[in-house]
Design a protein around this ligand. Structure first.
Ligand code: FO1
Length: 304
């Protein structure tokens, strides 16, 4: 079975690790909206967390970076009174240096990612949804912030007015993304923050048309349990945008694009409302607190 997973963030990465155990090879289409320039380096958090996770070197406790990393560079940066709010680890730094150098030589983000996956012996493909710049911007009462400034620097403590995906309308999915979607038997929308991890993928011009014309079965996993996400600022942002914060709200966001949605078994009472949207609703345990739960959810999706 040719499986394609739309992914962004920590919840997605856990499911990718489950899928790796259950089917081995698959293709990840990664969010690029949270990519950020930091100290002159291009950092791609959602590509990197997927890559480190599949390479078995992710810091799963923090949910980003390389396990066992040190932060000596940052200590020195603090002495120099440079910016230290975005904590780049010493080992993690290598991919940002290499990526920036290769991009400056004229390589695309897709090519750089293929190169890094090969070096780290990752057998799954990770494709940035686009090679063009897309930035998730959070419009707040205190101005327009990059997602990382909002989430990491300001700790999501600023009132949200709106979210925009800057550059998405001018961007296009890469050729590799188009053929992966076209050839897929199953497309899984991973349990990432719907507004900051999944929508920036779907906002890229042409991406929704590609999905709609693919014959693959499309199935989403809701990241919500009750009216809260597993982690991250999804709830706060969705509330600010006037959306609900439960699996019904997530189903509404994706209804036009998916055949099925998997929700947590404790939310089985929402099934009726979700199926009224024309989406088949399956309930199972969606929390992934250990490897066996990751594998269980992955195998449920493969069978679903
Ligand atoms: N998240 C944090 O909460 N604090 C950090 O200092 C931080 C640094 C960081 C460095 C590299 C990287 O790839 C990710 C990093 N993240 C950090 C995670 C990131 O902010 C988000 O969780 C993702 O963008 C959401 O998918």
């Amino acid at each position: 079975m040719k499986l394609v997973a739309l992914a962004g963030g920590t919840g997605s990465a856990k499911l990718l690790r489950g899928l790796k155990s259950e089917i081995g090879k698959f293709t990840v289409i990664a969010n690029v909206g949270d990519n950020v320039w930091m100290h002159g380096l291009y950092v791609c958090p959602d590509i990197d967390i997927a890559m480190y996770t599949l390479a078995g070197i992710a810091d799963t406790r923090k949910g980003w970076g390389v396990k066992g990393d040190s932060f000596r560079m940052l200590e020195q940066m603090a002495l120099l009174r440079g910016e230290t709010w975005f904590r780049l680890g010493d080992r993690d730094l290598a991919i940002h240096l290499l990526r920036t150098e290769m991009l400056k030589e004229g390589k695309t983000l897709t090519e750089v990612t293929v190169f890094a996956l090969d070096a780290l012996k990752v057998r799954q493909r990770i494709l940035p949804v686009t090679d063009a710049p897309v930035e998730t911007r959070i419009l707040t009462k205190e101005g327009d912030l990059h997602l990382q400034e909002f989430w990491v620097r300001r700790r999501a403590r600023v009132a949200v007015k709106d979210v925009v995906y800057k550059g998405a309308r001018e961007a296009h999915p890469t050729r590799e993304v188009a053929s992966a979607v076209d050839e897929a038997d199953k497309i899984v929308i991973c349990p990432g923050n719907p507004v900051t991890s999944i929508m920036p993928i779907l906002a890229v011009d042409g991406m929704q048309t590609l999905l709609a014309s693919s014959k693959a079965e499309k199935i989403a996993v809701s990241p919500m349990i009750g009216s809260r996400p597993f982690s991250g600022p999804a709830g706060k942002i969705m509330r600010a945008l006037g959306q609900g914060t439960d699996s019904v709200a997530v189903s509404k966001m994706f209804a036009r694009l998916i055949d099925k949605i998997v929700i947590d078994e404790s939310d089985v009472g929402m099934k009726g409302k979700i199926e009224e949207l024309g989406v088949r609703c399956l309930a199972t345990r969606t929390a992934m607190n250990n490897r066996s739960q990751e594998r269980r959810l992955a195998s449920f999706l493969i069978e679903a």
